[in-house]
Design a protein around this ligand. Structure first.
Ligand SMILES: NC(=O)C1=CN([C@@H]2O[C@H](COP(=O)(O)OP(=O)(O)OC[C@H]3O[C@@H](n4cnc5c(N)ncnc54)[C@H](OP(=O)(O)O)[C@@H]3O)[C@@H](O)[C@H]2O)C=CC1
Ligand SMILES: CC1=C(/C=C/C(C)=C/C=C/C(C)=C/C=O)C(C)(C)CCC1
Length: 324
């Protein structure tokens, strides 16, 4: 259909990819034709059901594995390319085999690069196109026990930040989406991974911090700050014009912003240490306080001015702010 934009999305069997595909396909003005891709079509039922009568009209299905050159080459013909496929990995570094780490980089880093390499030459030739990459807040700020996953998202951010400048010369836009915690299979897989991981090679203290300190905090953070895949899809669709960075969760933004408030990096390292090891249940209270505070934009602005001025621990500053 003339004027209709073709959007190719990777990783549509579940989560953010699935909801993005459905939301674009259901666009009332029918502006998009979505090619929803997944590596295994046996997993298509949830998507087909959610797509309803858009399936076969504004939404079609295709097979694509971001880890395979051949699969990517066979599938590509898109105008707008949304790189969403990704996998998580948590655990003490000592206990994770290098091979497992490489799988994360193969999917989250080389998977994205492979897709971009394939769609980019045609976009440059046409002098138009939009590449969207689902990164993470962990592409900007590491989180304890997520070392390898954060490293993979940092790698992608560096790649995209560099490439965006060149692409702009060809009128091709590159955008990153940086969600905080989102309730998808990613969350369930993470919780299961922490519970099941045997952590060979890690000492008992480390295993204890991973299972009995990190896990409850992490579950808590998902509970208090977690967004839905629809929230993420809306951020992209409702943006009036494309931006390079798109943090989707204003409640998580202060956590990412800490590193910019102190160039020595000490503030974020010590604030996270304090939140994880000293605050325990208090963190739940302060996160909840932050949730209510950030619902109000004016208080968010005041809050960030407060950080700026006092360059202090985020949780402590929230308390001080509450009493001010
Ligand atoms: N959930 C969260 O808290 C956050 C997630 N993200 C990012 O969002 C993106 C989507 O994750 P989310 O929806 O949450 O998680 P899900 O696990 O629900 O979805 C991930 C999708 O990626 C697909 N996938 C994995 N490997 C490949 C591959 N080699 N080729 C093609 N598809 C593949 C999965 O397919 P299959 O069904 O075949 O496994 C699945 O459809 C990821 O990049 C993730 O890093 C970012 C911030 C937070
Ligand atoms: C435990 C812990 C934290 C956990 C953050 C988490 C669990 C973030 C999850 C983000 C996700 C899932 C991104 C996906 O790409 C904080 C807030 C840094 C503070 C220090 C203690």
């Amino acid at each position: 259909i003339p004027g209709q934009k073709v959007v190719l999305i990777t990783g549509c069997s579940s989560g953010i990819g699935l909801r993005m595909a459905v939301m674009l396909a259901k666009d009332e003005q029918k502006r998009y034709h979505v090619i929803a891709t997944m590596r295994d079509l046996k997993r298509k039922d949830k998507l087909v059901e959610a797509a309803g009568d858009t399936y076969g009209k504004t939404l079609s299905l295709a097979v694509l594995d971001v880890c395979s050159d051949e699969s990517v080459k066979q599938c590509i013909n898109g105008i707008k390319d949304l790189n969403n496929a990704g996998i998580g990995l948590v655990g003490p570094v000592e206990s994770i085999p290098i091979e497992e780490m490489k799988k994360v980089f193969e999917t989250n880093v080389f998977g994205v690069i492979r897709m971009i390499k394939e769609v980019m030459p045609d976009m440059k030739k046409r002098k138009g196109g939009h590449i969207i990459v689902v990164s993470s807040v962990m592409g900007l700020q590491g989180v304890v026990f997520n070392d390898v996953y954060a490293a993979s998202k940092f790698a992608m951010e560096g790649f995209c930040e560099s490439l965006a400048v060149q692409l702009l010369k060809f009128n091709v836009i590159l955008s990153l989406i940086e969600p905080g915690p989102v309730h998808t299979e990613f969350e369930a897989k993470m919780i299961q991974e922490v519970k099941q991981r045997e952590c060979p090679g890690a000492d008992p203290d480390t295993v204890n911090y991973f299972k009995n300190v990190y896990l409850p905090s992490s579950i808590d953070i998902f509970e208090v700050l977690g967004q839905t895949p629809d929230d993420i899809a809306k951020v992209m669709i409702e943006a009036s014009r494309p931006r390079f960075r798109n943090l989707t969760n204003p409640m998580y933004t202060p956590i990412v912003a800490l590193k910019y408030a102190d160039e020595t990096g000490g503030l974020s390292v010590h604030a996270f240490y304090h939140m994880l090891f000293n605050l325990g249940p208090l963190m739940h209270v302060s996160m909840t306080a932050m949730k209510y505070l950030t619902y109000n934009t004016a208080s968010l602005v005041r809050l960030s001015a407060y950080y700026e001025k006092h360059k202090t621990n985020i949780v402590v500053s929230i308390y001080l702010f509450c009493y001010n």
